[in-house]
Write a protein that binds this ligand. Structure first.
Ligand code: G3P
Ligand code: MG
Length: 264
C-alpha cells in the first residue's frame, strides 16, 4: 500500500499527505540511507531529510551541528571532511542492527531516492554560524539535476537559504519551495509571495484554525511537523492541512483506514 495521495503519477497539484521525518526515524537511525529504505519498505514514498555541508563543503544528510547525538564521535560536523565523516558509525546509537551505517552524502542519498522513485522534502538546515547561501548554492544544483519537480520540495527555516534557492531556480513550477516556521506570522503571505513558495511547514502544536483556513484559501499548501499522534492530529485535517511530517507515518495510515472502516 502506498501512503502517497497519488502513488502512480504524481503531479504538481498533488501534495504529499504523509512524509517520513528524517526518513522513517521511529524505526531506523534518522537521516540515513537505512531510514529511507525503511520508509520505502513501510509504503511511505516521501521523506523529509536535512542537508548541511561538511568543512570541505561536501553536502551530507545530517540534522545537528554536532556529532554526539547520532554517531560514535564527538565534535562538530564542520570540522569533518568527507574521508573522516565516512569513518563514523551513525547507526549503532539507534540499535545494534544498524551498526556500520555510514553518514550519507547528498549524492548517495539522491541516488537511493531516485532508485526507489521516492519524493524528497529536503530541508536546508542552517546551524548557527554556518553560511546559508553557500549551502543552497552547493546542495541545490545536484538535487535539481536528479529529481523531477513533482518529487521535490525544498524547505528551510532560513530565509537567506530560501532566497538563494529561488535565485538559482526562478521557475516556481520547477522548484517548489517550503517556508518553515514554528508558527505563521500574522502577515505570513509576505514570505510565500516574495519567494513564490509552494508551501508553509508549521509546528502542528502551534497551528490555529483561523490561520489554517487563511492559508488554505490562498492555495498555499500546508504541511505540519512533527506529529506522531494521529488522534490528536485529526482536527487539523478538517482545517485544510495538506500533509503531515511524522517519525512514523504508518500510524496515520492505520488510523485513517480504521476510521474509514468504522464509517462504512
Ligand atoms: O521539516 C520539518 C522539520 O524537520 C523541522 O524541524 O528540527 O526536525 O529539522 P527539524
Ligand atoms: Mg528537518
Amino acid at each position: 500500500m502506498s501512503m502517497s495521495s497519488a502513488p502512480l503519477a504524481p503531479t504538481l497539484a498533488d501534495a504529499p499527505r504523509y512524509i517520513a521525518h528524517r526518513g522513517l526515524s521511529a524505526q531506523a537511525p534518522e537521516n540515513t540511507l537505512a531510514a529511507v529504505r525503511a520508509a520505502h519498505e513501510a509504503g511511505c514514498d516521501w521523506v523529509e531529510l536535512d542537508v548541511q555541508l561538511l568543512g570541505d563543503a561536501t553536502p551530507v544528510i545530517w540534522h545537528d551541528a554536532g556529532l554526539k547525538r547520532c554517531s560514535d564521535a564527538r565534535g562538530k560536523l564542520v570540522d569533518l571532511d568527507v574521508r573522516r565523516a565516512a569513518r563514523l558509525d551513525v547507526g549503532a546509537w539507534f540499535g545494534e542492527s544498524f551498526r556500520g551505517e555510514r553518514m550519507a552524502t547528498l549524492e548517495q542519498m539522491l541516488a537511493l531516492i531516485d532508485e526507489l522513485g521516492m519524493g524528497l522534502n529536503l530541508e536546508l538546515k542552517v546551524c548557527r554560524g554556518r553560511n546559508a547561501i553557500e549551502l543552497a548554492r552547493t546542495a541545490l544544483p545536484p538535487v535539481l539535476e536528479v529529481l523531477p519537480a513533482e518529487r521535490l520540495i525544498v524547505s528551510s527555516f532560513d530565509r537567506h537559504a530560501l532566497t538563494a534557492a529561488r535565485a538559482l531556480e526562478p521557475d516556481a513550477e520547477r522548484l517548489r519551495l517550503g517556508v518553515l516556521d514554528d508558527k505563521a506570522p500574522k502577515q505570513w503571505w509576505r514570505e510565500t509571495e516574495r519567494l513564490a513558495a509552494y508551501s508553509l511547514h508549521l509546528d502542528w502544536r502551534k497551528l490555529k484554525i483561523k490561520r489554517a483556513h487563511e492559508i488554505a484559501d490562498e492555495a498555499v499548501k500546508l504541511f505540519c511537523y512533527t506529529a506522531n499522534d494521529p488522534v490528536a492530529f485529526d482536527k487539523l485535517w478538517g482545517w485544510g492541512v495538506d500533509g503531515v511530517i511524522s517519525d512514523d507515518p504508518a500510524r496515520f495510515v492505520t488510523h485513517a483506514s480504521d476510521a474509514a472502516k468504522a464509517g462504512e
